[in-house]
Design a protein around this ligand. Structure first.
Ligand code: NAG
Ligand code: NAG
Length: 396
């Protein structure tokens, strides 16, 4: 029995925590704060504290490494002085160093000492050096605006359904895929944000990384899921004609769900790390983001109308999408770091992809299938007039 547990333990450690076994698991020094944001020309005071004062004497001599390079801050900041902790320092084993920004970018400061083994995995200082404070504020502002635009983008559809007491025109495949997608995204965000274990797995994999989930991601995804569920409730109670979820969407949804269930079982039997499992959930969300608009666009085309499909939703989605891409560019300019855009094309590509689909919907609504009240203006387009007639009857 004990042997079995031991084997499972060793097995999972060998597979996923290889680096942890090699590294000492204890923090030796700490930086307070452990991450700072400054601009070029600005200085910041950081405390370096020795966490194991028992080992003194002898003196502990500390040198700093910058992005893994010893004693060379590569122009990002002014070189930090070496530190020596001596017994005379008394109880308070901390020293203040001044970090002065020189050049925009990201820098990881770690430490090294001949007397103690300092783990660069646990003890590090993250420094973001921005070009300008104004840009930093603008980045935050843009972030909040798109957060709100995306968050409220679900309401125009809900209000429209309520006003019409009907969901005719809203594609059920789109809604069903959205519910599955936001469920996955919520699970990803909530677990990564709340679970200390999974965060540790993340940091093991990305030693000096920043957790990719913030509180507003959690709030956004859970709120989006609730809004989609409310819309689904409307589909149950309001007039829906002959609309239903198509077989193709059912099959796609089932395949993705089975994939996640099987992965979860494998993960819960310890053959897959929880972090990898969560990434599977996020990949499913990505797949859904890429396909979810197709059925709605096709349905609008078939009906030659966008009646019942809220353009407010699309305009807000479009605003959010544009601003999220703008924010990526602002960040790249501010930190002179274009790798974040072009190095990981997923986020950027998805942003662009949604924007293109929104443009298609905007064209459908305002150009191709203009609301019926203006139909008399479009005398040149006789062919379309015939096809609109049956829709009129379903709406009345
Ligand atoms: C820190 O000490 C090392 C080794 O003695 C030396 O090479 C380096 O120049 C010193 N750095 C500073 C900033 O004094
Ligand atoms: C640091 O680690 C190495 C190998 O892991 C070991 O040989 C050395 O004695 C350690 N040094 C201290 C000061 O603990």
């Amino acid at each position: 029995m004990d042997l079995k547990i031991l084997i499972v333990f060793l097995y999972s450690h060998l597979l996923f925590n290889l680096t942890i076994c090699v590294q000492p698991e204890q923090s030796v020094i700490s930086f307070e704060p452990s991450s700072i944001s400054i601009t070029t020309g600005q200085s910041y005071h950081v405390n370096v504290r020795l966490l194991i004062p028992d080992i003194i004497p002898p003196d502990v001599f500390i040198m700093f490494l910058y992005n893994e390079k010893l004693s060379d801050p590569q122009g990002y900041i002014q070189t930090l002085p070496n530190i020596t902790f001596t017994k005379q320092t008394g109880d308070d084993q901390s020293r203040m160093v001044i970090v002065s920004g020189r050049r925009q970018g990201h820098l990881v400061v770690t430490a090294q000492s001949p007397q103690v083994n300092i783990s660069s995995q646990y003890d590090f200082l993250l420094i973001d050096i921005a070009r300008s404070r104004t840009l930093s504020i603008l980045v935050q502002l843009v972030g909040w605006i798109y957060f709100f635009a995306w968050s409220i983008s679900f309401y125009p559809q809900i209000i429209l359904n309520f006003r019409r007491q009907s969901v005719i025109g809203l594609n059920f495949d789109f809604l069903a895929l959205n519910i599955l997608g936001f469920s996955c995204y919520s699970i990803f965000n909530v677990c990564l944000y709340t679970s200390h274990d999974i965060q540790q797995q993340y940091y093991t994999k990305h030693p000096h990384g920043v957790l990719p989930v913030l509180l507003n991601d959690v709030v956004f995804s859970v709120h989006a899921l609730i809004a989609c569920l409310i819309t689904a409730g409307q589909c149950v109670f309001f007039e829906r004609g002959t609309q239903r979820i198509s077989y193709i969407a059912r099959i796609i949804g089932s395949i993705l769900t089975v994939f996640l269930v099987v992965s979860s079982i494998v993960a819960f039997t310890n053959h897959l790390s929880m972090l990898t499992l969560l990434y599977f959930f996020s990949y499913v969300k990505l797949v859904i983001t890429m396909i979810k608009y197709v059925p709605q666009a096709w349905m609008n085309y078939r009906r030659k109308s966008t009646e019942g499909w809220s353009i407010g939703n699309i305009l807000l989605d479009f605003t959010g999408g544009i601003l999220s891409v703008v924010q990526m560019f602002l960040l790249a300019i501010n930190y002179d770091d274009w790798s974040s855009i072009f190095g990981s094309p997923t986020k950027f590509g998805l942003g662009l992809f949604s924007i293109l689909f929104d443009l298609l919907f905007i064209a459908q609504h305002y150009i191709f299938y203009r609301p019926i009240t203006r139909r008399t203006d479009l005398t040149t387009n006789g062919e379309n007039t015939d096809e609109r007639t049956p829709i009129l009857s379903t709406q009345s």
